[in-house]
Design a protein around this ligand. Sequence first.
Ligand SMILES: Cc1cc2nc3c(=O)[nH]c(=O)nc-3n(C[C@H](O)[C@H](O)[C@H](O)COP(=O)(O)O)c2cc1C
Length: 400
Amino acid sequence: MAPDTPPSDNPPDLLSDPPFNTAETDRLLSTTRAVRRRLDLNRPVPPQILLDCIDLAEQAPTGGNQSSRRWLVVRDPATKEALAELYREAGGRWISDAYEQVCGTGHHNEKTLRSADHLARNLEHVPAIVLVAIHGVHDGSGRPGLFDSVIQAAWSFCLALRSRGLGSAWTTIHLNAADQVAELLGIPDKVTQIVLLPVAWTTGDEFSPVERQPAADITWFDQWGRTLQHPTDEAPVHADGAGVTVEVDIDAPPEAVWPFINDINLPAHFSDEFQGAEWISTEPAVGATFLGRNRNERMGDWEVVCHVVEYEENRVFAWNSVDPDQPAAQWRFELIPLAGATRLRFSMVLGPGPSGLTAIIETMPDKEAKLVANRQAGQTSNMRRCVEGIRDLVEKGTKP
Ligand SMILES: Cc1cc2nc3c(=O)[nH]c(=O)nc-3n(C[C@H](O)[C@H](O)[C@H](O)COP(=O)(O)O)c2cc1C
């Protein structure tokens, strides 16, 4: 039973009439970018705007309701120059070198590096540099504490700036030279620096949202890794697009992992259920088909035709079972590059088409939520064994 809440005779329909203009708040939240090349280096920033934004930022939660955050605004040209030099020594020059390497190559990081290089070269010209810090030293215990009491406030500060036509970029490279920065700015011992925010008016105020992973792919319901593509208010049911995602980080680049993903038989080594597969069509590509053989207690042996729906070397291999358009299940391997390493994501979504599972649900509809959850649990352990097995093979240097 839910605890007693004050009665409300006439609750407002907040879904259709929210308390804020969400078109505007959503625009603010989705377009507060790391601004570097569009910082106006020639227009002074009135300090009162900074204080107003800090007042707003200080509304953010803080552990123990203590007021321990401190904001250091650097405006003096000589101090900014020394700080910019420390930023470059601490990693800014490495960014500039990295940009030189990828300049003109179309590398996926070229745009970000170009922007970060610009900031590293021009930090001293930014009208105000705001360093956010907190009294205390993190004890490494993992208990909520220092960082957790600063980051949300510093981000509120960035949002408040953006809503007034100013911009910033979240930077931390200076932390590699935290001691020298402390000496330069007179920051005492037992104060932890968290983030350095260069602040300026932006040139123009149009910024766009960027592509990020969809919430439905990175949000788990009730158990780690359990996804719902379009959840309803009910307990998870088949029609919610229930699924599972398992992930593992592999200490090797995507090119070293891909041959294992490309081997459709490999998951059979790690699964109780999947027995192996063979190509029906000649080569893997979108539209190609393969036959998967499976076995489990409830359904015995069965075969299923799988249709490749995404295929991009070193990046993604996805297939739908039974019917490509109304699949019994959707499966997907994705390789995400992480500076020399790879995050391997393996995901499965039930349905939306009919399957062995939907046939069983029809015979006992009152048990649907349990049947779906059991299927998710079984696939989680098979799929986890699979990605961990691939990780171990790749990291041992085994040839596929
Ligand atoms: C923890 C953290 C540290 C960062 N450090 C730096 C930095 O030192 N220098 C820099 O130019 N950008 C830094 N960034 C900004 C990211 O590079 C930036 O978020 C990225 O370019 C994506 O741009 P967007 O936020 O506009 O999507 C940092 C961001 C975070 C969250």
